[in-house]
Design a binder for this molecule. Structure first.
Ligand code: ADP
Ligand code: MG
Length: 209
């Protein structure tokens, strides 16, 4: 529709896929459109975030609608919140079902930084967040959301095998997977297209960059 096109144009959001959900006009829509829990809205205010970044405008509604996603947006454009926020919204309440979400990172530093961001966003909830190191044997069969952050790095030859083993271990048939990165090389697109179901593809910024 007209409004969606106008918003996407304004924020440099390029989408492809079936029935891509409308981008957010503002964070306020998280409560008016999606009935977001108040702790999450409160945390946004505390962080001083007033407007969603372009990637957040499009990723949050897509992930909330239960669609798989792959996309790129420049470094520093707020990709972490774009996947953490809808995940926390969808998980609703902590439960004793084991590990429900995995965010795969290619370095310890990124894992630590992402955990810090998650903690800020989850403050006021009782979700348990932790860093798992590689080779730890853990049951991932009930994971509901899998995020591959900086996925271009995760699919480089040196990490491909490890990434693959995590993706395979997340064997829940109704899992929602998403790929975020600053670049989207052909080999990542290929993986996304072969493993994902009815995914939405989103590019923020210059389509040809
Ligand atoms: P990326 O993963 O795209 O490189 P990050 O998720 O690390 O970017 O975010 C970069 C910085 O922007 C972080 O300091 C983060 O707290 C901040 N940030 C995220 N979303 C917003 C927002 N909506 N408004 C203002 N700052 C934001
Ligand atoms: Mg990032």
């Amino acid at each position: 529709n007209e409004r969606d096109l106008r918003l996407r144009k304004k924020y440099g959001i390029h989408v492809s896929g079936n029935n891509v959900p409308s981008p957010l006009q503002s964070f306020a829509e998280l409560s008016t459109r999606y009935g977001c829990e108040s702790y999450l809205l409160h945390n946004l205010v505390k962080l001083g975030f007033k407007e969603p970044t372009p990637i957040q405008r499009q990723a949050i509604p897509v992930l909330l609608s239960g669609r798989e996603w792959f996309g790129k947006a420049p470094t520093g454009s707020g990709k972490t919140l774009a996947f953490v926020y809808p995940m926390l919204m969808k998980l609703k309440q902590p439960s004793k079902d084991g590990i429900r979400t995995v965010i795969l990172c290619h370095t310890r530093e990124l894992a630590a930084q992402t955990t810090r961001e998650c903690k800020k966003m989850a403050k006021g909830s009782k979700f348990l967040l932790c860093i798992c190191k590689k080779k730890k044997r853990i049951d991932l069969s009930r994971v509901e959301y899998l995020v591959l952050d900086e996925s271009d790095k995760l699919f480089e030859r040196s990490l491909l095998e490890q990434t693959d083993s995590v993706v395979k271990a997340c064997s829940n048939p109704s899992i929602i997977r998403s790929l975020f990165s600053a670049t989207l090389p052909g080999f990542v697109e290929d993986v996304a297209r072969t493993v994902m179901h009815d995914a939405v593809r989103v590019i923020v910024g210059d389509k040809n960059a």
